[in-house]
Write a protein that binds this ligand. Sequence first.
Ligand SMILES: Nc1ncnc2c1ncn2[C@@H]1O[C@H](COP(=O)(O)OP(=O)(O)O)[C@@H](O)[C@H]1O
Ligand SMILES: CC(=O)N[C@@H](CCC(=O)OP(=O)(O)O)C(=O)O
Length: 257
Amino acid sequence: MGKTIVIKCGGSVLSDLSPSFFTSLQEMYAQGMNIVLVHGGGPEIGQMLKRLNVPSEFVNGLRKTTKEVLEVAEMVLAGKVNKQLVALLRQHGLPAVGVSGVDACLLQAAPIDLAKLGYVGEVVNVNADFVHQLLKSRYIPIISPIGADKDGQKYNINADTAAGAVAKAIKAAQLLFVTDVPGILRNGSIVEQATIDVIERMMNEGIITGGMIPKVKAAIAALSESLHEVMIVSGKTPFYENGQLHGTTIRNEVGVY
Ligand SMILES: Nc1ncnc2c1ncn2[C@@H]1O[C@H](COP(=O)(O)OP(=O)(O)O)[C@@H](O)[C@H]1O
Ligand SMILES: CC(=O)N[C@@H](CCC(=O)OP(=O)(O)O)C(=O)O
């Protein structure tokens, strides 16, 4: 099997994906790479909650998830956003198949802190075999970050966290966070290479804030023997040209690999 890449597509950029995002995917797929997409949809969930008058709040970058919020999050992520992405990829000749983490127990979840966060989950197991089977048939799985426990209770999982867990479990060679900025920015310039130390310093200094925090945390947690680097790239501009990716590369240590 070819090299496997997990691409997390942020809700911040879903309605704004440039044609180059799809040509990048086409190029990678044509080169024999296995592609797995994990998507977010935070802004769309927020809009739907507002329309339905369901109150919600964020605690440390995570959406506190009551039963009502969970219902809306699943409806938006697994119903609307997932199927929109499947249709878009199919439109570009890419064989996408949409699933949520509930399907085939793809993302087995457990609560992080029921009292503080409600039904926000962390990933305790990934059905890697199921993903490998889809990839073997040359499908592009598109995964919504909703998980379930063994009793069938569902959980809302941060999409960056879900993507990191999937990448680690299926031993992907690359993990890409596609978002609305061209990488980690410091004083308006892209930080091209970042180590764990550098990222921790940037978090302490308040340079990395908000939605960038779960991204870098998921990136660091996903680094492993098989996954040597994680990239943060823009979905608005070309991020893959002549086999090269453009953005911020996060590694354990610069120059080690
Ligand atoms: N140092 C930083 N560099 C770039 N973006 C940052 C930084 N710190 C915070 N951010 C914010 O993180 C956002 C991306 O995270 P988020 O909005 O959650 O996107 P997504 O929906 O793609 O996960 C950027 O739009 C920016 O506002
Ligand atoms: C627990 C939690 O915060 N879940 C997220 C899931 C979607 C997400 O992560 O979307 P982005 O990638 O667009 O931020 C939420 O409810 O917004």
